[in-house]
Design a protein. Structure first.
Length: 276
């Protein structure tokens, strides 16, 4: 009996070690296109204007950006314990979050996304699956059963999270994005402006929802995303080490900004961007 218990304990330890090893490993080569590094900077509009001039000879605007950019709205989900929020604030090494994203209030492209991050070296692994307007409406109404038999694995795993961990809508994040890309297509530099929390509902297609700005006036978020390496010509364009490198999450910023709606303490004055 004692030996059987010891064997079971050893087997469990091996499974745990194997699971940790899998989590810490680089994503499989079949998914390289979705594996990337990400750097974030909190910069001023004056800095952006200077960067635009310096980037123009090297990078071009994304072809999908009509009129120089597009609006993004993301509906973030969190579980009963607010795990995604807490893990971000606490700086947990490995974390994930789910969201549904649209562009310019249109239902032409609706994506369910899961974003996983390893904080130690800033790698991001993003997966997505398409949704229809009707499917989004069903999710918003609390009907998740159709996800169980979806052809997309991400949808099936989202169903498990909704049923087992009570994953539910938590916050709407809006911002206007200006995306630049290197010709090779592996480097993206984006400027996310007018970051705001939409309050009063979770319908991503409702353009009438009130919004609250979450960044201090005159600031925006610059993100640099790349796969294998960041070319030196792009690295030379980045703000210097003296500039503010931030890991603030738009979801966390918007969740905090709208905390007064949930009865938490809230102050407009003296509010600052958290950084880990």
């Amino acid at each position: 009996m004692f030996n059987d218990g010891g064997n079971r304990g050893t087997s469990l330890l091996q499974r745990v070690k194997r699971r940790v090893s899998e989590e810490l490993s680089v994503p499989p080569s079949t998914a390289k296109e979705r594996f990337r590094h990400e750097l974030k900077y909190l910069i001023s509009y004056e800095q952006k204007a200077d960067l635009n001039v310096r980037m123009a000879p090297l990078l071009g605007l994304d072809k999908h950006a009509s009129n120089g950019g597009y609006m993004i709205r993301s509906l973030y989900f969190d579980d009963y314990w607010n795990t995604a929020y807490r893990e971000k604030v606490d700086g947990v090494l490995l974390r994930k979050k789910y969201r549904i994203r649209i562009y310019d209030y249109s239902d032409r492209v609706i994506k369910l996304e899961r974003k996983r991050k390893r904080k130690s070296d800033s790698w991001i692994y993003k997966e997505d699956a398409p949704l229809t307007h009707e499917q989004f409406d069903r999710i918003l109404a609390g009907d998740y059963e159709f996800l169980r038999d979806s052809e997309h694995q991400l949808c099936r795993e989202f169903y498990v999270e909704c049923m087992c961990n009570v994953l539910r809508p938590r916050g709407l994040v809006d911002y206007d994005r200006e995306p630049w890309i290197l010709d090779a297509g592996t480097v993206r530099v984006t400027f996310d402006m007018n970051v705001r929390a939409a309050v009063g509902g979770f319908d991503v297609f409702d353009a009438t929802l009130p919004v609250l700005p979450v960044l201090e006036p005159g600031k925006l978020v610059m993100e640099v995303k790349f796969t294998e390496f960041l070319p030196q010509v792009v690295r030379d364009l980045l703000p210097g080490k003296a500039q503010e490198l931030t890991s603030a999450s738009k979801y966390v910023l918007c969740y905090d900004k709208a905390s007064y709606l949930r009865g938490f303490g809230y102050w407009q004055e003296g509010w600052s961007v958290p950084s880990l």
